[in-house]
Design a protein around this ligand. Structure first.
Ligand SMILES: NC(=O)c1ccc[n+]([C@@H]2O[C@H](COP(=O)([O-])OP(=O)(O)OC[C@H]3O[C@@H](n4cnc5c(N)ncnc54)[C@H](OP(=O)(O)O)[C@@H]3O)[C@@H](O)[C@H]2O)c1
Length: 250
């Protein structure tokens, strides 16, 4: 057992739940961020039943008051944070074909509220605590669909995607990652974006070809990077290279 504290947002199910489970298996105390108390407590119970040191933390990443309250609790109870996994995310699109020309601002705003603004809000609220840890890691759960280099490559398996809100939110999250990594380059904090790959969760009606456990491996790798590990990269599953892990193009 270490005395490391990890917070995973959107940890009540899917890749976030698995990330919490795998971090706890490495001896960390895991704060199970969830916006719904019932779902959060159920996840906490499942994790504890599996032997994890887990605790539900009420956290809606789109609600500034909820973010501030959660950060205050972490400060009061633990005084530092070693790992922050910004995992909570949503996907929405407009119209039958989800074309750019069919996109509504309402949908775009909703997706950005969670996938981009939520990450900045949570990170800024917790950064003082991350800087108090000996060598904190921030993992922003992004996606290959946020990689402009990949989605504009006609040979890529995601070339056919047309929707604006989700891919642009993850592209923005990639830039957020790069900018925080730049700000924090002279500190022990590392900031990276994760590509879990296409995983079978509620997110996509369980159509993904990877498991949530495999998706979580990517976040756990970046959450446990050694002192000489990279910062400011998009790293994870490489679908177009026949699998395996590595750095993706921005
Ligand atoms: N699955 C994939 O193939 C895939 C691929 C690439 C990237 N990703 C990314 O991986 C992350 C996790 O996705 P997943 O597949 O595990 O999806 P999921 O099963 O739908 O889980 C999403 C989690 O985010 C939470 N969430 C949503 N909005 C929130 C908010 N405002 N505040 C706090 N929590 C919120 C959800 O809580 P509720 O239960 O309350 O809704 C849920 O716990 C996302 O960032 C997604 O973009 C997924």
């Amino acid at each position: 057992m270490t005395n490391m504290i990890a917070l995973v947002t959107g940890a009540n199910k899917g890749i976030g739940f698995e990330t919490a489970r795998q971090l706890a298996a490495r001896g960390m105390t895991v704060l199970v961020g969830a916006r719904d108390a019932e779902r959060g407590r159920a996840a906490e119970r499942r994790l504890r039943d599996g032997g994890a040191q887990a605790r539900f933390l009420s956290l809606d990443v789109t609600d500034e008051e909820s973010v501030a309250t959660a950060a205050k609790l972490v400060d009061e109870e633990y005084g530092k944070l070693d790992v922050l996994v910004n995992n909570a995310g949503i996907v929405l699109s407009d119209g039958e074909r989800a074309l750019p020309s069919e996109t509504t601002l309402a949908t775009l705003r909703r997706v950005f509220e969670t996938n981009v603004f939520g990450v900045v809000a949570v990170t800024n609220a917790l950064l003082p605590l991350l800087l108090r840890a000996p060598a904190a890691r921030i993992v922003n759960v992004s996606s290959e669909v946020g990689s402009i280099g990949t989605i504009t490559d006609p040979e890529s398996f995601i070339w056919r995607l047309t929707s604006v809100p989700y891919p642009t939110s993850k592209a923005a999250l990639n830039m957020v990652t790069a900018m925080y990594a730049k700000e924090l380059r002279d500190t022990p904090v590392k900031v990276n974006a994760a590509n879990p790959g296409y995983c079978a969760t509620d997110f996509n009606g369980h159509t993904g070809f990877r498991s949530p456990e495999q998706g979580a491996e990517v976040s756990v790798h970046l959450a446990t990077l050694p002192a000489d590990g990279p910062s400011g990269q998009l790293w994870g599953h490489l679908a177009d290279s026949g699998g395996g892990y590595g750095v993706l193009p921005w």
